[in-house]
Design a protein around this ligand. Structure first.
Ligand code: CAA
Length: 257
């Protein structure tokens, strides 16, 4: 391998000429699937985690040749063990994409604490459980990229999603604090806030509601997962070293911050 024409390392390239390793949570389906594929195409060693859909994960692995690992991102011990396994097999994690997320939509006056807890633990606790085991190594090596997938609904709030909106807003606060703590160590921390993307999660929204949402998107359509994945590849690269603490909104103009 050799540096690019401008003398900088290529996005996927480490100083020691090895490909960097990227870990994508929820990386076998939805937006995460597109992120895993885009990072692989950009030259990274990619590990994708999944929570339960074994069949989809195996099909994804067979089709794309990307390593898959099963664990629950809300379980601290499972994350520590899983990350140790990824690092033993693929090398130290230089790029972490905290993408895994779930919805348990309900109007708050009908919501249960169980729905609240499930969303908080998968979407927000995972920021701690996944990032804590990789941050020391990134700081020691003087390079790291942490990319947290938040949501338009963490920025603007969404009826039926008090739990999800709270968790995703928390992701933005976490990103800003962690960015400041690690800026001097070559570790950048950014968030991406997708709008409504054509994934199973959005397709599960009742059709009438979905149509009313699309009507509020100036670009006039749902987004594509690949449009989020492109931004992840940019933020993961060497050339994005001056971008930290930011939240990149990719929402077709639905909410302009
Ligand atoms: N936008 C506009 N109106 C909405 C709405 C939304 N997102 N969600 C609910 N409403 C409206 C309904 O149309 C309905 O209005 P009418 O009484 O005038 O028909 C009213 O609110 C009550 O809704 P429901 O009758 O559906 O009430 P419910 O208790 O049966 O169900 C619900 C509530 C589970 C929240 C259901 O409405 C729902 O699933 N809404 C979608 C919520 C949503 O937008 N989730 C986003 C999922 S995608 C995602 O999270 C990815 C991301 O990051 C963007």
């Amino acid at each position: 391998m050799s540096p690019g024409v401008d003398g900088l390392l290529r996005p996927d390239q480490r100083e020691d000429d090895m490909a960097r390793t990227a870990l994508v949570t929820g990386g076998t389906r939805g937006i995460g699937e597109a992120i895993s594929i885009a990072l692989k195409n950009a030259g990274y060693n990619v590990a994708a985690t999944y929570a339960g859909n074994e069949e989809k994960a195996n099909a994804f692995k067979a089709e794309h040749g990307i390593a898959v690992f099963k664990w629950d991102v809300s379980d601290p011990q499972a994350c520590a063990d899983g990350i140790a396994k990824v690092e033993a097999e693929l090398g130290p994690v230089d790029v972490l994409v905290n993408n895994a997320g779930i919805t348990r939509d309900a109007m708050f006056h009908k919501a249960t604490f169980e729905q609240w807890r499930e969303v908080m633990s998968t979407n927000l606790d995972s920021m701690f459980t996944m990032t804590r085991p990789v941050i020391d190594g990134m700081r020691e090596r003087g390079f790291g990229r942490i990319i947290n997938i938040t949501s338009i609904n963490g920025q603007k709030g969404q009826m039926g999603q008090a739990n999800y909106s709270a968790a995703k807003a928390g992701v933005i606060g976490f990103t800003k604090a962690l960015a400041q703590e690690n800026a001097k160590k070559g570790v950048t921390v950014n968030a991406i806030a997708p709008g409504y993307i054509a994934t199973e999660m959005v397709m599960a929204v009742p059709e009438k509601v979905r149509e009313s949402i699309i009507a509020t998107i100036p670009v006039g359509r749902l987004g594509e997962s690949e449009e989020i994945a492109e931004a992840v590849v940019y933020l993961a690269g060497e050339k994005a070293g001056f971008v930290t603490g930011s939240t990149l909104t990719i929402n077709g103009g639905q909410y302009i911050t």
